[in-house]
Design a protein around this ligand. Structure first.
Ligand SMILES: Nc1ncnc2c1ncn2[C@@H]1O[C@H](COP(=O)(O)OP(=O)(O)OP(=O)(O)O)[C@@H](O)[C@H]1O
Ligand SMILES: [Mg+2]
Length: 157
C-alpha cells in the first residue's frame, strides 16, 4: 500500500511525522528520501515527538553522521549526506547506526541499502516538493510488519 499525504505547512510535516513515530516498533528502519531541503529532518523531528522526544532536542546529524535519542524506544537519526563512498560505512558498527532494539531514521539512505536484507522491516518515506512549493510525502513498505501501520496511517486525517 502507498500512503500519500500533502504537507501544506511545517506543522503538517511535524504532525505526519508524529503520527508515524507513534506507531513505530523496535527494529523499524525508516529511509527518509528526498532532495535537499525537502523536509527530511523536519519529518525526523515529528517522528521523534511521536516517540516522546522533545522536538527541540532533534537537530540535523549532517556533521555527526548519527544522533542518538532516548525516547520511548532508542532512536538513531542518521544522515549520510557527507559519506561519499560505500566503504566509508565500514567505519561504523551496524548496531550503532541501526540499533536492533530501537528505531532508525536515515536521511540520504542510498549508501546504506547494501546493509539491508530483503526481509528487514524497512519503511520508505519519500518527501518531494512540487512546483507550487507544496510538499508531498509518500510512504511504502514491502515488509509485512508495516502493512497494518500503513493501513492505519492511510485513514488518519
Ligand atoms: N511542509 C513544509 N512547508 C514549508 N516548509 C517546510 C515544510 N517542511 C519543512 N519545511 C522547511 O524546509 C526547510 C528544510 O527542511 P529540512 O531541514 O527538514 O529538510 P531536509 O530534507 O532535512 O534538508 P537536507 O537535505 O539539507 O537534509 C526548513 O526550513 C523547514 O522548516
Ligand atoms: Mg536534513
Amino acid at each position: 500500500m502507498l500512503v500519500e499525504r500533502c504537507l501544506f505547512s511545517l506543522e503538517d510535516t511535524l504532525k505526519f511525522g508524529n503520527q508515524l513515530g507513534s506507531v513505530l516498533f523496535p527494529g523499524a528502519i525508516v529511509l527518509l528520501d528526498g532532495p535537499m531541503g525537502a523536509g527530511k529532518t523536519t519529518l525526523a523531528k515529528g517522528i521523534c515527538t511521536g516517540l516522546n522526544v522533545p522536538e527541540t532536542l532533534v537537530v540535523s546529524p549532517t556533521y555527526t553522521i548519527a544522533n542518538l535519542y532516548p525516547g520511548k524506544l532508542p532512536i538513531s537519526h542518521v544522515d549520510l549526506f557527507r559519506l561519499e563512498q560505500p566503504e566509508q560505512l565500514d567505519d561504523f558498527d551496524r548496531d550503532d547506526l541501526l540499533p536492533p532494539d530501537g528505531v532508525s531514521l536515515v536521511e540520504w539512505p542510498n549508501l546504506i541499502q547494501s546493509w539491508l536484507a530483503a526481509d528487514e522491516p524497512v519503511l520508505h518515506l519519500q518527501i518531494g516538493v512540487s512546483g507550487s512549493e507544496i510538499r508531498k510525502a509518500k510512504l511504502s513498505s514491502a515488509a509485512p510488519e508495516f502493512a497494518e501501520i500503513l493501513n492505519r496511517l492511510h485513514k488518519l486525517p
